[in-house]
Design a protein around this ligand. Structure first.
Ligand SMILES: Nc1nc2c(ncn2[C@@H]2O[C@H](COP(=O)(O)OP(=O)(O)OP(=O)(O)O)[C@@H](O)[C@H]2O)c(=O)[nH]1
Ligand SMILES: [Zn+2]
Length: 207
C-alpha cells in the first residue's frame, strides 16, 4: 500500500483483516461481544504506531547563561521514570517499562524543555521497535538537537510481553538497555554518577 491512507480508510482496512484473523483462529467475529472488536483493534494499532506517521517533536530549548548566571561546572540533567509502551517488532506484542534520559549541558548552556524529552520518548516508542534501537534513537535525537549537549545517556528498563505471556513465559526477566553518546561514552565515572543518581532518587523519590 503505497499511498497515504486516511484515518477512516486505515481503520476499515485493518478491521477487515482482524475480522479474518478471528475467523481463522476459530472465533465467530459476528457474535455480540466481538462485533466491534476489529474496529477497536484497528484503532489501538493505529494509536500504538502513531510515531510512524507524525512529525518528530521539536525540542524547545532554554538558555541557562541568560541573566549572567555564572559558568558553573557542566550540569547533568536527568529525566527519570518516563513510562513508555511500545510494540516489539518481532511479535507486535507490548513492551512496557521506563526510560531514564540524562544529558550534560553543552557549551551553549542550553537545556531542553522537560516535556519535550518525554515527547521524544513517546515518538520513538510509538512504532514497532526493539528496545536497543529505541534508546539509541532517543540518544541521537537529543545529541542532534539544538541543546548541543556534551553527552547523552539513555537507559531503558522494560518487560516484553512476547517473553512474558508466550514463548519462555518468564515473569521476572526485564531488559535493560543503555545508549551513550559523547562524554558518557568515554567517561565511566560519568556513567556511574547517573546510575548513582538513579539509586539515590529511588530512595528519596517524591512519587
Ligand atoms: N534484543 C531484543 N530482543 C527482542 C526484543 N523484543 C523481542 N525480542 C526477541 O526477539 C527474538 C525473536 O526470536 P525468534 O526465534 O525469531 O522468535 P520466536 O520463535 O517467537 O522466539 P521465542 O520468543 O523464543 O519463542 C526473541 O528472542 C524475543 O524475545 C527487543 O526489544 N530486543
Ligand atoms: Zn517480541
Amino acid at each position: 500500500m503505497e499511498e497515504t491512507l486516511s484515518q477512516e480508510k486505515m481503520i476499515e482496512e485493518i478491521a477487515k483483516r482482524i475480522k479474518e484473523i478471528l475467523e481463522i483462529l476459530g472465533e465467530n467475529p459476528d457474535r455480540e461481544g466481538l462485533k466491534e472488536t476489529p474496529i477497536r483493534v484497528a484503532k489501538a494499532l493505529i494509536e500504538m504506531t502513531s510515531g510512524l506517521r507524525t512529525p518528530k517533536p521539536q525540542i524547545k530549548t532554554f538558555n541557562l547563561a541568560e541573566d549572567g548566571l555564572s559558568e558553573e561546572e557542566d550540569q547533568i540533567v536527568l529525566v527519570k521514570n518516563i513510562q513508555f509502551s511500545s510494540l516489539c517488532e518481532h511479535h507486535l506484542l507490548p513492551i512496557i517499562g521506563k526510560i531514564h534520559v540524562a544529558y550534560i549541558v553543552g557549551p551553549e548552556k542550553k537545556v531542553a524543555g522537560f516535556s519535550k524529552i518525554i515527547r521524544i520518548v513517546n515518538y520513538y516508542s510509538s512504532r514497532p521497535q526493539i528496545q536497543e534501537r529505541l534508546v539509541q534513537q532517543i540518544a541521537d535525537a537529543l545529541m542532534s538537537s539544538d541543546i548541543h549537549p556534551k553527552g547523552v545517556m539513555v537507559i531503558g528498563d522494560a518487560l516484553h510481553m512476547c517473553a512474558y505471556v508466550r514463548g519462555v513465559k518468564d515473569r521476572e526477566a526485564s531488559l535493560l538497555s543503555v545508549a551513550t553518546r559523547g562524554l558518557f561514552k568515554t567517561n565511566a565515572s560519568l556513567r556511574n554518577y547517573v546510575f548513582r543518581l538513579l539509586e539515590v532518587s529511588k530512595k528519596s523519590s517524591l512519587l
